[in-house]
Design a protein around this ligand. Structure first.
Ligand code: TLP
Length: 359
């Protein structure tokens, strides 16, 4: 059996999801007539405390739809230099929407330095610069190791943006991980944001789909954008049915994934070849680097490590630049992590023996 810790996107639908999909009542959603999609959208809007929601095929489609709806051609959207929107979405906002992504460095916790953020915002008064229309936040923050932006950070950032006339979009692919980690309702966490995208197909285990939520007027306009992107689906209730189960049954159990990630991080940090700071692991993502006793390993050396693990039935992923990632999720139990740790230790001791001797 393969232990797959590459991502929480690898989760399989639960038996309850398959059953709900089989039984789903469906209609043509481009006419707004799919009762299951409509129910999922109402549930999503309610859980996030917004007026309306839109079912989209993926997180990337949700974020791109949001940017294209909020920001006109030639205007700018501020993103963090570690943001998923900036790094992993094919430049969709620029390519499809003529939007300039204006990059501000992320703090290690996924936040922004408020002064740096404020000085990145521009209006129409200077003809040289594209006017800023939108601030994008990410919570939890993937490339910052699943870090959580607190309620206070979210509020401060939203207020700063609004004071400058910007809208705020939250890439909340894992917003329920953030809410569970903080012990606050997701709706409270995004109360001051204008739109939020969250994914059903990550830790919540649904096979397909994300939701974009916001005001009724924003979602009406986003629906037009989604159609242009080819996201007007027909009997999509088959997919939405699994999403309803995800929201109703799979949110609270995310705490288990977080506990598993903390366990994995603590044990990994004990290995002399691993560089990892366990207190930084707040949700289900564990990032670490490898060290040979003298220097941090390059991307190339890390790919050999990943290939050796794969041969032993363990999958981890690389985030580039020698940054490695393990993600806990539904289907991964503590016994899997114990096995994974044995394989990792054996592989590192064989690959980096000098570092092992320092133990
Ligand atoms: N993230 C994937 C990869 O693309 C890296 C993963 O395995 O973590 N926002 C955030 C914060 C994400 O982590 C992801 C997916 C998305 C958006 C995009 O979602 P999808 O894959 O549904 O387009």
């Amino acid at each position: 059996m393969v232990i797959d810790l590459r991502s929480d996107t690898v989760t399989q639908p639960t038996p309850a999801m398959r059953e709900a999909m089989y039984r789903a009542e469906v209609g043509d959603d481009v006419y707004g007539e799919d009762p299951t999609v409509n129910r999922l959208q109402e549930l999503a809007a309610e859980r996030l405390g917004k007026e309306a929601a839109l079912f989209v095929t993926s997180g990337t489609m949700g974020n791109t739809t949001a940017l294209l709806t909020h920001v006109g051609r030639g205007a700018a959207a501020i993103v963090g230099d570690q943001a998923h929107i900036y790094r992993y979405e094919g430049g969709g906002a620029s390519r499809l929407g003529g939007i300039q992504l204006w990059v501000v460095p992320n703090q290690p916790d996924g936040s922004f330095d408020l002064q740096q953020l404020a000085s990145a915002i521009t209006d129409e008064s200077d003809e040289h610069t594209p006017p800023t229309a939108l601030l994008c936040l990410e919570n939890t923050h993937n490339r910052c190791g699943g870090c959580v932006l607190s309620l206070e950070q979210m509020t401060t950032l939203c207020r700063l943006a609004h004071a400058h006339g910007l809208r705020v979009h939250v890439d909340g692919a894992r917003i329920f991980n953030a809410a569970v980690a903080l012990g606050v309702p997701a709706s409270q966490l995004v109360a001051e944001a204008d739109s939020v995208m969250f994914c059903l197909s990550k830790g919540l285990s649904a096979p397909v789909g994300s939701l974009l939520v916001g005001s009724r007027d924003f979602i009406r306009r986003a629906r037009r954008t989604r159609k242009v992107l080819g996201g007007g689906l027909r009997q999509a209730g088959i997919l939405a049915a699994a999403g309803i189960v995800a929201l109703e049954q799979m949110v609270d159990r995310l705490a288990e994934d977080h506990e598993h990630a903390r366990f994995l991080a603590q044990r990994l940090a004990e290995l002399p070849q691993v560089r990892l700071d366990p207190p930084r692991v707040q949700t289900n993502i564990v990032l670490f680097r490898l060290h040979d006793g003298e220097r941090v390993l390059s991307e190339k050396d890390c790919s050999e490590f990943l290939a050796r693990l794969k041969d032993e039935g363990l999958l981890l992923s690389s985030m580039g630049d020698g940054l490695l990632r393990a993600v806990t999720h539904y289907g991964i139990e503590r016994s899997h992590l114990e096995k994974a740790l044995v394989v990792i230790k054996r592989t590192l001791d064989a690959m980096l023996p000098r570092s092992a001797q320092r133990r």
